[in-house]
Every structure is written in C-alpha cells, then in structure tokens.
Design a protein around this ligand. Sequence first.
Ligand SMILES: Nc1ncnc2c1ncn2[C@@H]1O[C@H](COP(=O)(O)OP(=O)(O)OP(=O)(O)O)[C@@H](O)[C@H]1O
Ligand SMILES: [Mg+2]
Length: 332
Amino acid sequence: MKSILGIGNALTDILAILPDDTLLKEYHLPLGSMQHVDMETGDRIWSALKEIGVKYVPGGSAANTITCTSIFGMPSGYIGKIGDDELGQLFKSTMEQFGVRTTMLHSDKSSGRCMVFITGANAERTFADYMGAALEMGPDDLKPEYFKGYDYFHIEGYLVQNQDLIAKAVQMAKAAGCIISIDMASYNVVESNNAFLHNLIDKYVDIVFANESECRAFTKVQGTVEGMRELAKHCETAIVKVGKDGSWVKKGEEEYYIPAWPAEPVDGTGAGDTYAAGFLYAHSLGMPLKVCGEIGSIIAAKVVEVVGTKIDVPRWRDAKKEIKELIAANNG
Ligand SMILES: Nc1ncnc2c1ncn2[C@@H]1O[C@H](COP(=O)(O)OP(=O)(O)OP(=O)(O)O)[C@@H](O)[C@H]1O
Ligand SMILES: [Mg+2]
C-alpha cells in the first residue's frame, strides 16, 4: 500500500465544560470568539481549567488527516514540533497509538494547545489558542531523510504562514518523488498568502482541497463550479467542498459533483480533514476521480455524526464496509 507523510501544527485541544462564564470574563474572551494568547496567559488559563477538569484531544488539521489515513491502513507519517512537556508527549503517543510514524521536533517553548471553553445550555465554544512550540518549526528542522519512502506529502494550509518552511518542505517532498496535496485551511490564510500560495501550487502541488470561501479567496472567482474550474488550472486535481451540499472535483477534462453522504450531523469539526484522508486513501489505491470524492464523502459523513474529530469504532466499521463495497464495484 502507498504511504503518506503529513506536516502541520501539532496542537492539542484542551476541552473544559464550565459552569458559567466567570473564566471567560476573567481572561477577556468574548463568548464564541477565537483568540491567540501568549505563553503566560496560556499557562494561567490551562491551570485554571485543570481545576475544573479537562479532556485532552490531540489534533491539528494535518494530524487529523494523517491519523485517519493510518486507520485506513496506509503507512502514515507526521512531522510536527512540540515542547519538552507532558502535552507534547501526549500528542506523540496518541498519534503513535493510531499507528502514525511520528517525527516530533522539539522546542524550548511549551507545546501548542487550543483551549476550548464550553459554556451554557447550547454548549457554546470559545477558544484561546497558544501556538507555542508549533510556531517554532522552521526550514532548518527539515531533513531529506524524513521524506524518503513516502508516496504522498500532505500540508495543512495553516503552515503556509511560515513560507520558508513550506518552500523547503515541498522541495524535499518533490525530490523524494511524492505526490503533494494541500488543504487550504481557512480563507484568511489564503487571503494573506495569496501570491505565495499561487506560486507554490503552480510549481509543486498536485492535489488542492479548498472549501468555497477558500477557493473564492484564491481564485477571486464567484460561484463554486466556476471557482473550481479556475482552481483546476493551477493543479492536477482540484476539490471544492460545500459542507452538507457535498463537493466538486475536477481533473483535466473530468469533472463531477459528489453529493454529501447521508448523515445525522451533530458537530462539523474535522469534516474537511477527514474528507481529505478518504480522498487521498482512494487516490492511493488508483481509484477513479469520482470514487475518490465519494470515499472522502463517506468518511466525512461519519465524523460530522460525532462530537470532535475522532470517529468511533462502530462508525469506522460502517465506513470501511461502505468503502469496501464501493471499491469492489469499481474494481469489478
Ligand atoms: N452535514 C453533513 N452531512 C454529511 N456530510 C457532510 C456534512 N457536512 C460536511 N460533510 C462532508 O464533509 C465534506 C467537507 O466538509 P466542509 O465542506 O465543511 O469542509 P471544510 O470547510 O474544509 O470543513 P472544516 O471546517 O472541517 O475545515 C463535505 O464536502 C461533505 O462531503
Ligand atoms: Mg477545511
């Protein structure tokens, strides 16, 4: 089976259910917002949350995708940077429990984390992110041997803010003969790195995952299909995701609309990361373009049915069965 290497911000979600919004007020966090905090504030918030009781879920976009490809059975590797602390160890060991081969780089800063305050009857979420060690990953950390033997290299768009790192990584991945994919991550990432992303994708990237707003930010074209057609001029395969309305995929003259797979959604977190994993897994098996999109949709439909980014065992079982049938139909 073909193998995949991912690179991303190694972040752990720290989730706490709070009795009221006292802590939010104390740290000046508007309800429902996402704020970046410095180390000192990050440490103080974490200590306060610990007293209440927290749940740790290692994540980050590429880490989620790579965990999922590993569960599919692809040999999967991950490069990220952590601090010399418990949270970093937890990140590494959790990835490894899912079978991922980790290359964890180390920083003097503490490990990156996304602190999630869950409050109120509607379980509203407020975020305080401390990027820490993750932001310290740089081009000098990378070695060609990290890329050897991998068939695919997957990048999370959030890393594009460190342009030198990505430039070096794609050069090494190309030299190792990898097919390169990127998930554009967020429209503000695309807007603030547009020229860099254009150059990167034109020169190096084979497969691009974008949602509608990311595609619009990249192409400046309104309209999903029109945007996808413009995006596809810059890469071999373009994917534009439209949430519950499915996705569009295009490669050369081939173009398909892929409806979303039926689901009873409870939380959309991780849909995009998981879709990418399903698509790349199918791609690695040499499946036709349409089937790659369908397999992405099947597995994404499972993650929206659970809270958080980890699909439970029964849903994995269902997904694998549905995917096996689809693959068999396309091999027959
Ligand atoms: N409610 C849903 N029901 C079924 N499938 C869904 C639902 N929401 C999303 N999906 C599937 O997940 C795919 C990716 O979701 P989405 O379009 O939200 O990507 P995204 O914006 O990159 O997500 P993320 O917020 O995770 O980055 C969709 O193309 C679709 O196949
Ligand atoms: Mg996304």
